[in-house]
Design a protein around this ligand. Structure first.
Ligand SMILES: NC(=O)c1ccc[n+]([C@@H]2O[C@H](COP(=O)([O-])OP(=O)(O)OC[C@H]3O[C@@H](n4cnc5c(N)ncnc54)[C@H](O)[C@@H]3O)[C@@H](O)[C@H]2O)c1
Ligand SMILES: O=P(O)(O)OC[C@H](O)CO
Length: 340
């Protein structure tokens, strides 16, 4: 990759726009690809993404585009910021153009029915691509407003990690490298489920003790699940694990948290999602995670309880009662303590 080569960002939503701005701030020219020509034109003329990131100025180095073929032909570093339901549909038809490219997924979801992670899908579509995952506590609006932020680029490909660090590192955005793509990607997807739960707890006026218990037991539960799949539990102690869990479970800016909050106010799931008007990956992740946990027989009482409330018509007070009166358990049971 030469210094002059543009970088592609696929997806004109809030995170794609925030990443594009970071790249442009670092002097890179950016092709921000979106499917909607009217949106691209609105962004070109108004220098803003009014639907997804209102009030944030889009820098001149960013060109909103709709021609995917030429975007891929011109760029070798490509950030994928599409919702999980759209990733396969967008990339499959251009599979031939992805060989040898560096594809970095920022998508925090899991495919329905297959339980595939997004970078696995990319690998399947483009076996000769170089693949990475960017994940961490990265609320798009805060990134765009220059809140001091850390993230993780995870890949077995060290050169890819270095190139992403060089492209994104800035005065307000620090990029840490990891070789654990699996754990980093799993952490980013799983935490969305617990953010829905935290939003729900918050809307019901639950106390700070309760919120802290929820987040900590969520970490235990998601780590237990990941370990069962063969992940390294240490990754869950990093930015892409506990870091992202904390921000998404604590912030009303999180869309997953907002869905939970709306449910607690009495909205139906359909009403909550439609009022949001943006992606809340945790809704689908909850469905596939519950099915996978049942299949693997992993103990996940929070997932089971939230699934019962959201999809099985159970009353929240009954679920809370069952959670609180369940058999006593051990605190940190998900990391081997052999040798301590
Ligand atoms: N927003 C954040 O704070 C944030 C931070 C980190 C990661 N992410 C992840 O990034 C992914 C994208 O989220 P977002 O926040 O940018 O979503 P968003 O709801 O803000 O925007 C989604 C974008 O995808 C586009 N889109 C939807 N279906 C499409 C299709 N079939 N083809 C092409 N484009 C399509 C929409 O038009 C829109 O531009 C999600 O997986 C999310 O979890 C989001
Ligand atoms: O707004 P959410 O809930 O999709 O969360 C955004 C990011 O994943 C936070 O790191």
């Amino acid at each position: 990759m030469t210094a002059q080569q543009p970088i592609a960002v696929l997806g004109g939503g809030s995170f794609g726009t925030a990443i594009a701005n970071l790249l442009a701030e670092n002097g890179r020219s950016v092709r921000l690809w979106m499917r909607d020509a009217a949106q691209a034109e609105a962004m070109r003329s108004g220098h803003e993404n009014p639907r997804y990131l209102k009030g944030i100025k889009i820098l001149p180095g960013i060109e909103p585009v709709t021609d995917l073929d030429s975007t891929l032909a011109d760029c070798s570093l490509i950030f994928v910021a599409l919702p999980s339901v759209a990733l396969r549909e967008v990339l499959q038809p251009v599979a031939g153009a992805l060989a040898g490219k560096m594809l970095v997924s920022t998508t925090k979801g899991i495919e329905a029915h297959t339980f595939k992670r997004m970078s696995q899908i990319i690998e399947e579509i483009a076996p000769r691509a170089r693949i990475g995952v960017l994940s961490g506590p990265n609320l798009a609006r805060e990134v765009a407003e220059h809140a001091l932020t850390g993230t993780v680029i995870a890949s077995e490909d060290d050169d890819l990690c270095h190139q992403v660090q060089a492209a994104l590192h800035g005065r307000t955005f620090r990029v840490y490298a990891s070789r654990d793509r699996f754990g980093v990607e799993l952490g980013g997807a799983l935490k969305n489920v617990y953010a829905i739960m935290s939003g729900l707890a918050s809307s019901l006026g639950m106390g700070e003790n309760t919120k802290s218990m929820l987040i900590t037991r969520a970490l235990a539960e998601m780590t237990r699940f990941a370990v069962k799949l063969g992940a390294n539990p240490m990754t869950f102690l990093g930015l892409a694990g506990v870091g992202d869990l904390i921000v998404t479970c604590s912030s009303p800016k999180s869309r997953n948290y907002q869905v939970g909050f709306a449910l607690g106010q009495g909205l139906s799931l359909e009403e909550a999602v439609s009022r949001l008007g943006e992606v809340a990956e945790g809704v689908n992740t909850l469905r596939v995670l519950k099915a996978k946990a049942d299949e693997l027989q992993v103990y996940m009482p929070l997932v089971k309880g939230l699934h019962a409330v959201m999809f099985e018509g159970r009353r929240l007070d009954q679920v809370i009662e069952a959670l609180m009166t369940g058999d006593p358990k051990t605190d940190v049971d998900f990391i081997s303590t052999k040798g301590f």
